[in-house]
Design a protein around this ligand. Structure first.
Ligand SMILES: CC(C)(COP(=O)(O)OP(=O)(O)OC[C@H]1O[C@@H](n2cnc3c(N)ncnc32)[C@H](O)[C@@H]1OP(=O)(O)O)[C@@H](O)C(=O)NCCC(=O)NCCS
Length: 158
């Protein structure tokens, strides 16, 4: 009988500048049109909520949220391809939602490629729904691709 190995525990903390090499490496392996190292550095400098999911002392996923005027925007959410389908993306998203509520955010938005069925399934599972489309929002192999704009209203404790 084969006994499956237990998964090591993971934790989520704020992203540091020292994480950016690992973050950029995951980004390059995850997206056809990845963000550069400099974009992540700018997110940290801008004071966005930048999270890192840590597994065995290494970054295994990350998420970035901007918050302004009672609204929040998920700018990136990504899990290392080698560690997907273990619940990490959902944990990162739950932490973003928790942080948004803590910042008294009433509605949270994101853009996603309509062809990204995995991400769409995750966002719908967490209560997001499509409210609009942004034409020609993303770079694509040929020309541009539309974005689906998703939103979720948050109940803020008063
Ligand atoms: C989208 C992404 C973050 C999901 O992370 P993950 O850790 O693999 O997802 P989880 O294991 O937490 O799964 C959570 C939910 O996502 C959906 N999901 C995850 N993997 C899926 C797959 N292969 N097919 C369909 N749905 C999937 C399911 O709804 C799942 O919930 P369930 O297991 O109860 O059905 C990950 O696929 C990723 O990093 N993709 C590349 C970057 C990206 O596209 N980010 C989104 C940009 S908007």
């Amino acid at each position: 009988m084969i006994i499956p190995m237990a998964e090591p525990p993971v934790s989520i903390r704020d992203m540091h500048h020292d994480d950016l090499t690992m973050v950029s490496d995951i980004e390059r392996r995850s997206y056809e049109f990845p963000w550069s190292h400099g974009v992540f550095r700018d997110c940290l400098l801008a004071g966005y909520q930048c999270l890192a999911l840590i597994r065995e002392d290494r970054v295994a996923g990350y998420a970035i949220l901007s918050v302004a005027a009672g609204e929040a925007h998920i700018l990136n959410l990504c899990v290392d391809p080698g560690f997907r389908a273990r619940g990490y993306g959902e944990r990162l998203l739950d932490e973003l939602l928790y942080r948004a509520r803590s910042a008294i955010v009433r509605e949270i938005f994101l853009e996603v490629r309509p062809t990204n069925e995995t991400a769409l399934k995750l966002y719908r599972k967490k209560g997001f729904h499509q409210i609009a489309a942004r034409p020609a929002y993303y770079q694509a192999d040929e020309g541009r691709e539309d974005a689906a704009v998703l939103a979720k209203k948050l109940v803020v404790e008063s």
